[in-house]
Design a protein around this ligand. Structure first.
Ligand SMILES: Cc1cc2nc3c(=O)[nH]c(=O)nc-3n(C[C@H](O)[C@H](O)[C@H](O)COP(=O)(O)OP(=O)(O)OC[C@H]3O[C@@H](n4cnc5c(N)ncnc54)[C@H](O)[C@@H]3O)c2cc1C
Length: 497
């Protein structure tokens, strides 16, 4: 290892999850000579939210998530958010395809699998909503191939477990997009880091927790990490810091002292899954079946019954059951939330909590409910489920963003957000959903916003156009390119078109 490039790297990554992995691998594609140093508290990469068991593995493309398509006051359905997520996923598909073609990822099957995305609702009102949603989406080329049915036999063909034993007197409806995906973001993260670790100028320090982040007088960042086993400190100086620390990104942003971070607060949400690995059951379900969030519950608690393919084995996950915890990471501390409050964000945090008391109550209720009660909500999706075949597992921790509106009033936001310092020397990713699915889009934004001097015709632009064949094109308004691109990326990633 060249100690100079490890101590004075061009770029420092804080955290070894899918966001850092994607950003670093994209940077190395654009400029192989860049030196990059990564610090990760844990002993391996991809162990927090990016780990397969900690998230739902949905390749979010706006196909089935009903919270992305709210009803307008006039009854029509707004599909703009679903379209945005849908085409952001195309950016991931292009980048992953490039990596499979170039050999950075040895085998697409190691992390992505075809898995139909189904939305399932029951009851007259929700059936009417799903039909209106289908009418708004099916005519758009981005949702080509979307199917709709109110026929129980057809839906039973799409998702047999969801229909067996269901009360025939209650109307049901479903949509299906066969080209949906299940993604193992943990496997993707590890495969990217393992390729990066073989490259010149890339240094990873596991079991190293970043404890300090200080701007020096010459405009660089001094990043200090402590070896969690020996206590030995290591400091590096860099011109650019990427904070890909998942739920812990907020405290690190606060540590950086950049004014852009001052008013942000975080709202931690814990999660639980029910898991079934019995092949007799798992072989009978091949879909991600999303429902509607119960009235009064937050969008992140939208339940779904998912096929997962992890370590090349199929299983079923149901959930997540959201709950309240004050930790910012699964491996974090119960003090995380309290330590993140300060003079700049306490008012937004309190006002957001006050406005969302029903949400807080909901989360507390969820976390305290009995396992049996929890199991009963699975029966809405799988009426004949047998409680003995399902095991409870703990999901990853999410930290939703609280951001002030124009005044001091805090607003809870459910997206994924990139925060940058005004001099573009630091970028951090906050929030969760759509999260990992849009890691490529996040990485691209960081490149464009923080390295504009390199994104030129004589610099990185030609390479960006090679990596992303639709670079700079809005796929929402270019049906032919969109269809061709999807056909090609589906072929390379071995998923349905
Ligand atoms: C229950 C749940 C379901 C989800 N479902 C989906 C889904 O279906 N589809 C989807 O696309 N996304 C989903 N997400 C979101 C997705 O998992 C995250 O957006 C994504 O994994 C975040 O990646 P990351 O790299 O930012 O963070 P992480 O994967 O959490 O990685 C952050 C890393 O930073 C390290 N770190 C933190 N602080 C420090 C420090 N001070 N020093 C050094 N290292 C540090 C941590 O140890 C960790 O390894 C879900 C998330 C959850 C919790």
């Amino acid at each position: 290892m060249s100690s100079a490039s490890a101590t004075f790297p061009d770029v420092v990554l804080i955290g070894g999850g899918v966001m850092s992995a994607t950003f670093a691998a994209l940077l190395k594609e654009l400029s192989p000579e860049l030196s990059i140093t990564m610090f990760e508290t844990l002993e391996q990469c991809g162990q927090e939210s990016s780990k397969a068991w900690n998230n739902a593995g949905t390749g979010h493309a706006g196909n089935c998530e009903l919270n992305y398509t709210p009803r307008r006051p006039d009854g029509s359905v707004d599909i703009s958010k679903a379209l945005a997520v849908n085409t952001e996923f195309d950016i991931s598909r292009q980048l992953w395809s490039h990596w499979v073609r170039s050999g950075r990822i040895a085998d697409a099957n190691s992390f992505i699998h075809a898995c139909p995305h189904v939305s399932l609702v029951w009851g007259k009102e929700d059936v009417a909503f799903l039909k209106a949603r289908y009418d708004a989406m099916a005519s758009h080329h981005c949702f080509d191939g979307m199917e709709y049915s109110e026929d129980p036999d057809v839906i039973a063909d799409w998702a047999p477990l969801a229909m067996e034993g269901r009360d025939p007197s209650v109307p049901v409806a479903a949509t299906r997009i066969r080209s949906g995906t299940d993604v193992d973001f943990g496997a993707l993260t590890c495969s990217l880091f393992s390729s990066l670790e073989k490259e010149n100028g890339f240094h990873s320090f596991y079991r190293h927790r970043v404890t300090d982040l200080v701007k020096t007088t010459d405009g660089r960042w001094r990043v200090t990490a402590v070896n969690t086993q020996t206590g030995v400190k290591r400091s590096v100086l860099t011109r650019f810091v990427f904070v890909g620390a998942g739920g812990a990104a907020l405290p690190l942003l606060q540590k950086s002292g950049i004014p852009e971070a001052r008013r942000y607060a975080g709202f931690p949400v814990s999660g639980l899954w029910l898991q079934c690995t019995d092949p007799a059951i798992t072989q009978r379900h091949h879909a991600k079946v999303y429902g509607k969030a119960p009235v009064g519950s937050p969008p992140m608690s939208v339940p779904h019954l998912d096929t997962r393919v992890i370590d090349r084995k199929s299983c079923l996950l149901f959930g997540p059951y959201a709950g309240f915890s004050t930790k910012f990471l699964k491996t974090g501390s119960r003090m995380d939330y309290f330590r993140s409050l300060n003079g700049g964000n306490i008012i937004p945090a309190v006002t957001a909590a006050k406005d969302n008391l029903s949400l807080v109550n909901y989360l507390v209720r969820e976390v305290t409910q009995s396992d049996h009660k929890r199991f009963r909500s699975l029966l809405n999706f799988y009426p004949l489920a047998n409680e003995n075949q399902w095991t409870k597992i703990v999901a990853g921790q999410r930290v939703q963003i609280i951001k002030p509106d124009n005044g001091l009033h805090g607003v809870l936001r459910f997206g994924t957000e990139l925060v940058r310092s005004s001099d573009q020397s630091l970028a951090a990713v906050l929030g969760a959903s759509p999260g990992a699915s849009i890691a490529a889009s996040v990485a691209l934004q960081v490149v464009e916003k923080c390295f504009p001097q390199n994104v030129t015709a004589n610099g990185w632009l030609p390479r960006l156009k090679e990596i992303f064949p639709a670079y700079g094109v809005d796929l929402k308004t270019t049906p032919e390119l969109c269809r061709n691109l999807r056909q090609e990326t589906a072929r390379i990633l071995q998923i349905e078109n």
